[in-house]
Design a protein around this ligand. Structure first.
Ligand SMILES: C[S@@+](CC[C@H](N)C(=O)[O-])C[C@H]1O[C@@H](n2cnc3c(N)ncnc32)[C@H](O)[C@@H]1O
Length: 250
């Protein structure tokens, strides 16, 4: 096998990686181990244990790397995220946009706690962030978003709020019109469908009723988006298997 440091241009390097990713995804034992690992770490609230530039972010670090790649590749004018929690993901997006010197973030949450709002508003990257309090599917929230984005073309949407099928499907219907060819909608927590049942105890979502089932219903009637399988195939560890949706036509 060729030493990877001896590989020439990016194209050759990418082709080589693609081959490895494909063969990695044929390794049933590795796929099972990855699934088991995710299931296991959920028992310890693994995704809560990280911060981005000071704020807690509730994500797998692998998904953060994938997001960074997507933001770099698509250079969005706006990143809209439903589900803010403690603000770490908003700060994450804002920090990458700051490096690009382009774009703003809109964060929507039904309940922006006072202490979280204070920390987010005092953060140096708040200059790239707008907060909207309300339910992500509320018409008044959608109208506020429309006013902010006006006629900007490149919009990336991240859905990470209430994880029932009904809510996510409604979000997909309402937010997909903002996203144009080449941009993405990322639907978080599709992994709920793969996790053991006890992870959804006392939750209004679970097997058969979660972001993954919402995507299946959405894609039956919407041919503008397709699942970008290459992303979760290379991550293996992700909260969004089948959740990276690429817009393929306007
Ligand atoms: C998983 S957390 C978001 C995590 C955040 N994106 C991050 O990466 O750090 C989910 C958030 O969704 C919010 N939420 C729940 N229902 C909502 C709704 N109908 N509309 C908007 N936000 C909602 C909750 O208040 C909570 O803060």
């Amino acid at each position: 096998m060729k030493d990877s440091s001896k590989i020439g241009g990016d194209e050759e390097f990418d082709q080589r990686n693609k081959k490895f990713v494909n063969s990695m995804n044929k390794n049933k034992s590795l796929l099972k181990k990855s699934k088991d690992w995710i299931d296991n770490v959920f028992d310890y609230e693994y995704v809560y244990h990280f911060r981005w530039l000071g704020r807690p972010i509730i994500q797998f670090p692998q998904d953060m790397i994938a997001l960074q790649e997507l933001i770099w590749n698509t250079k969005p004018d706006f990143i809209i995220e439903s589900g803010i929690a403690r603000g770490g993901s908003l700060i994450f997006h804002a920090s990458i946009l700051e490096l690009l010197n382009h774009g703003k973030v809109i964060g929507i949450d039904i309940d922006i706690r006072k202490h979280n709002r204070k920390e987010i508003e005092n953060h140096p990257l708040f200059k790239r962030i707008k907060l909207i309090e309300g339910s992500s599917i509320d018409d008044s929230v959608i109208n506020q978003i429309k006013k902010i984005i006006k006629n900007k073309k490149k919009i990336m949407v991240l859905l990470d709020s209430h994880h029932t099928e009904q809510h996510v499907l409604e979000e997909l219907k309402k937010y997909s019109s903002f996203v144009k060819s080449g941009s993405y909608i990322i639907v978080f927590d599709t992994v709920i469908e793969d996790l053991k049942k006890h992870h959804s105890t006392n939750r209004p979502w679970g097997h058969g009723n979660n972001p993954r089932t919402a995507i299946s219903k959405f894609l039956k009637n919407n041919k503008r988006f397709k699942i970008d399988k290459e992303i979760h195939k290379k991550l293996l560890i992700t909260s969004c298997p089948d959740g990276y949706l690429k817009c393929i036509k306007n």
